[in-house]
Unconditional design. Structure first.
Length: 332
């Protein structure tokens, strides 16, 4: 039987990033449930479902007529009480002079003084009620509290809404945006040690080869999940093109550092057997040796070999199915 034709490559060294990969999901940077702060009837919705809005953009108008009527009544009450206060103060001043001249008693003077003080308090209460009514009137105009994208319109014009009870629409802030993912707790000490520097996080979308985005690690949870032995992390990314969507699953790669002179081989050279990972090494006499290896990270079609190979050795990358230890090979 002749030599087995195989494809081979030479084990090399390379500077490679030390990375942790995980499945993550996209989260809005902020989510706001917009509610009415006063009870009233929706008169108009000033946006489309799914529309991008800016902070301060008009969302809803409530019917202002009941609030304007209340404000007008309170302003009239204030005018009445101010007139009564002016009269009471004049009477109190006249009575004070009469009291000083001994014409009226202290009880009479105190009665007029108390009446004036009570009306002054009523005027202050009227002004406070007017201030509150003006705030309620302003609340009839509902504006977006953040930049973001609107969801479904949950209540339409004509519906009556209650104060701070009914969600009218949910707004998600989309740019920047979070990607949340979890990594094994074994990486926690290294992550914490490097938090003083910017730790980049690369994000890709499964099935979209043309998309990739990079952000930075911005959050480490304050506890390890005891059930899974993982720690939750978040990265913050720009999302101007709105490619990332809250709830979407993505691939997240956290880069911790770089490894100098890492031993690397093509990923297809690494095989899996009952005893674990191995490669076929081609010796100088063109026979093969089955060599157990300890693979590390995979980067761009290359696998880092942490143990089992030396630079300069030759490994088989194609044709392993016909090989066995000691088989004679012919390199193509």
């Amino acid at each position: 039987m002749g030599p087995v034709p195989v494809t081979v490559t030479t084990v090399s060294t390379k500077t490679v990033p030390v990375e942790v990969r995980a499945i993550g999901n996209v989260e809005a940077l902020a989510t706001v449930s917009v509610k009415a702060l006063v009870e009233g009837t929706i008169e108009q919705a000033d946006f489309r479902e799914g529309q991008d809005v800016k902070k301060g953009d008009l969302l809803f108008n409530l019917d202002e007529r009941p609030f304007r009527a209340t404000l007008a009544q309170l302003e009239a009450n204030l005018a009445r009480d101010q007139a009564e206060l002016k009269n009471a103060q004049s009477q109190a001043e006249r009575t004070e002079k009469l009291f000083q001249d001994g014409i009226v008693s202290r009880d009479q003077y105190d009665t007029f003084r108390t009446s004036a003080d009570a009306l002054a308090a009523a005027v202050r209460a009227d002004q406070a009620a007017i201030d509150r009514a003006r705030i309620d009137l302003e609340y009839c105009t509902i504006r977006s509290p953040i930049d973001g994208r609107t969801g479904s319109l949950l209540f339409h014009p004509g519906n009556i809404v209650k104060s701070n009870d009914t969600v009218l629409v949910v707004i998600n802030q989309m740019d920047p945006i979070y990607v949340s993912f979890s990594v094994p707790e074994i990486h926690l000490s290294e992550i914490k040690a490097r938090m003083g520097a910017v730790l980049p996080v690369a994000v890709t979308i499964p099935g979209e080869e043309n998309f990739s985005s990079e952000g930075k690690l911005s959050f480490i949870d304050n506890s390890v999940d005891m059930k899974t032995g993982t720690i939750r992390l978040k990265a913050t990314l720009r999302n101007q093109a709105k490619k990332l969507w809250p709830g979407q699953f993505v691939n997240a790669t956290l880069r911790l550092s770089t490894q100098q002179n890492a031993v690397v081989i093509p990923t297809q050279a690494v095989q899996t057997g009952q005893s674990g990972f191995y490669v076929y090494v081609v010796k100088s006499d063109m026979t093969t040796e089955l060599r157990p290896v300890l693979p590390g990270n995979e980067i761009a079609g290359l696998t880092v070999i942490q143990k089992g190979l030396q630079p300069g050795e030759t490994v088989v990358t194609d044709g392993q199915l016909r090989l066995y230890p000691g088989a004679k090979v012919e390199a193509k």
